[in-house]
Design a protein around this ligand. Structure first.
Ligand SMILES: [Fe+2]
Ligand SMILES: [Fe+2]
Length: 161
């Protein structure tokens, strides 16, 4: 199904997030001699992406997208939305861990692998399950109002990697 244009700012972030996931996985597969430096470099790049776009993206979803959906659905009865919110907290925690590790010199490859997997599954959950439900239940007018709000917040975050 074609994504409603109001959700394009979020899907654009998802696209960039999946590129970061791909880069993290590629770094983790480097031969032992190069691996630590490669993982450190992609993790640094990912933290920059998070500060530039990821933080705003989570706010867009929590402050604009889900409240619009909450007018129609009991979010606490939607296990995918509950999982989405739990993953926001998990991803924030994982990023906190890798940031602290970067500051002290070394990054744990397992943390980076978990972060990549969680991000990947999170994007898939939103694109395949949550966005289609919202597109189906909101009227065209409501989608447009929400879209304006998303575009407004989005400008502040931008998303170039
Ligand atoms: Fe999300
Ligand atoms: Fe998202």
């Amino acid at each position: 199904m074609k994504r409603h244009e109001s959700l394009h700012p979020l899907s654009q972030h998802h696209h960039f997030a999946l590129i970061q996931v791909w880069e993290m996985r590629r770094a983790l597969k480097q031969p032992a001699a190069k691996r630590a430096a490669a993982v450190r470099a992609v993790t640094r790049k990912f933290v920059r992406f998070w500060k530039k776009a990821g933080q705003v993206h989570f706010r867009e979803e929590e402050e604009v997208l889900l409240p619009a959906y909450a007018r129609y659905a009991r979010l606490d009865e939607d296990k995918d939305v509950m999982r989405m919110l739990a993953e926001h907290a998990m991803i924030r925690a994982l990023i906190g861990n890798v940031e602290a590790s970067l500051a002290s010199g070394g990054v744990d490859g397992n943390d980076v692998a978990t972060l990549a997997q969680t991000l990947h599954d999170h994007v898939r959950l939103e694109e395949n399950e949550i966005f289609p439900r919202i597109e189906k239940i909101l009227s065209e007018d409501e989608m447009r109002v929400m879209g304006k709000e998303l575009h407004r917040l989005h400008k502040k975050g931008e998303c170039a990697v």
